[in-house]
Design a protein around this ligand. Sequence first.
Ligand SMILES: *Cc1c(COP(=O)(O)O)cnc(C)c1O
Length: 206
Amino acid sequence: MRAGRDGASVRLLAVTKIFSADAIRDAYGLGLREFGENYVQEMEQKAPLVADLEGARFHLIGHLQSNKTKRAAQLFSAIDSVDSLKLARRLDADRDPEAGPLDVTIEVKLSHEDAKTGAPPDEVQEILDFMRSSKNLVAQGLMSVPPWSENAEDSRPYFARLRELGEKLGLKELSMGMSNDLEVAIEEGATWVRVGTALFGRRKKV
Ligand SMILES: *Cc1c(COP(=O)(O)O)cnc(C)c1O
């Protein structure tokens, strides 16, 4: 690989938002097992259509509203977009222990754009401390979505900052990089890339 990294250390999260359950089934048939969805309600509709796919795991990567944590904790194996202590507390309370622990990732806001979700970097430690002491959550790592840019190189400083924060906190998973900037993300240490368009084509507006 160009980044000089072992390919096995970077995993692919297939982002299937807007695409049908059949797209998930096709990707599963090709060997993909980890899927990303953005909306609780959309997953609710797809869940019965993919319930038989043994070993398939679904991650929530879109913003989670606190009134949907109960449903999210049932539908997903992992919540990659935890961006507040309140959300972490609710997910811990709402996860059924019999379903096993819920993997959680903290989404970090690294830019000052108001529209972007994510926890401010100075709140991450507190959220992480809670996760580590919780009963039903397992802290995996950090996630971030840099401001949109045509030029992948613009994402590099954000990816580097996420890596530094992860190192400081002792977290090994870094979910960063999408179709347009995944190579740069891998060079900067991504352990997960979240890819939709490059796998499934362009999403139609709904
Ligand atoms: C939609 C989405 C992706 C995938 O984006 P592509 O550009 O289609 O690869 C990745 N991460 C998040 C958080 C998304 O919402």
